[in-house]
Design a binder for this molecule. Structure first.
Ligand code: URA
Length: 295
């Protein structure tokens, strides 16, 4: 045996499976596991998937508290979750702004341009430093259906349009499977600037940016909103829960019916869940009175 020192751990050397597993848990809405790395290896694993390092919130937690999912994934038990003071007190954002005034369909494009103008060359949060383009939103200003993702990735940051990378291609296919064209729906994100290494937006970033998203929702007035992934669900619904606890139900958000499904990037990593996502989209279709295609 040689006495050579083991090489320093770097994200590049991490077994792909650890990083993939953490990403998988993150997408399922298991917040604490990736937020609270406990060892240098898990810290690097979190960095490798662009997850956060321990925040003040996690530092405040009494030492010795077990690492666990925010809500148990398999044994989801809403009753027990409500008894956990941690879950009840950690609000994803302060009270969201009241729903804005009704805008007639013919005025919606102009009203969206006004929201975009107000954002300007935004420097309101730290994400401004790393972005190339603000990704405002895209699609039909009077859409009946609106999708909300987490935040722009590299392709979106380069083009200034949401969901134009690989995840976007899958989203386009999902929209097509619903019998719709991308131009018929509206697409936006919780944050409008790309988080570094595609990490999850910090609460402060999401809280700073989401009022503009709320205004877009209020202008577009979609009948149905689809939250793509746990970050979108968290900031649209104001409830911190696992995706499994939120899927399969119709929620309410700013006058729209809201359905939660997996993020397309997650579906690229775990295509077995596409069947489940299709169920969610069928629920959205039923809410819109759309018939499944006979193909
Ligand atoms: N992922 C998102 O959440 N939004 C995008 O626009 C692209 C990828």
């Amino acid at each position: 045996m040689t006495n050579a020192k083991s090489p320093a751990l770097s994200p590049a050397l991490l077994p792909q499976s650890i990083a993939a597993h953490l990403r998988y848990l993150r997408d399922l809405g298991v917040f604490d596991l990736y937020r609270r790395p406990v060892s240098p290896a898990s810290r690097l694993a979190a960095a490798a998937i662009g997850a956060e390092s321990p925040s003040e919130e996690t530092a405040e937690r009494p030492a010795g508290r077990p690492i666990r999912a925010e809500l148990p994934i398999r044994d989801f038990n809403p009753g027990a979750a409500q008894e956990d003071p941690d879950i009840r007190t950690r609000k994803p954002h302060p009270a969201p702004p009241p729903v804005g005034a009704f805008v007639a369909p013919e005025g919606r494009a102009e009203a969206l341009r006004a929201v975009r103008a107000e954002i300007g060359d935004c420097q309101r949060c730290a994400l401004a430093r790393g972005r190339n383009k603000i990704v405002f939103g895209d699609g039909n200003p009077a859409a009946r259906l609106m999708f909300v993702g987490e935040g722009p990735g590299a392709d979106e940051d380069a083009q200034g349009l949401p969901f134009v990378g690989r995840a976007g291609q899958l989203l386009n296919n999902m929209i097509g499977a619903m019998g719709l064209r991308r131009a018929e729906v509206y697409i936006a994100n919780i944050v409008k600037c790309r988080p570094p290494q595609n990490r999850v937006p910090e609460p402060e970033e999401a809280q700073t940016c989401s009022p503009f998203l709320f205004r877009q929702i209020d202008v577009v007035r979609p009948e149905v909103l689809v939250a793509l992934g746990s970050t979108a669900a968290l900031y649209l619904l104001g409830v911190r829960s696992s995706l499994s606890g939120l899927r399969g139900r119709v929620h309410a958000c700013r006058g729209a019916r809201l359905i939660v499904t997996y993020h397309p990037a997650f579906l690229l990593r775990d295509p077995r869940q596409k069947k489940e996502a299709w169920r969610d989209l069928q629920m959205a279709m039923a809410e819109l009175g759309l018939k499944p295609s006979s193909k």
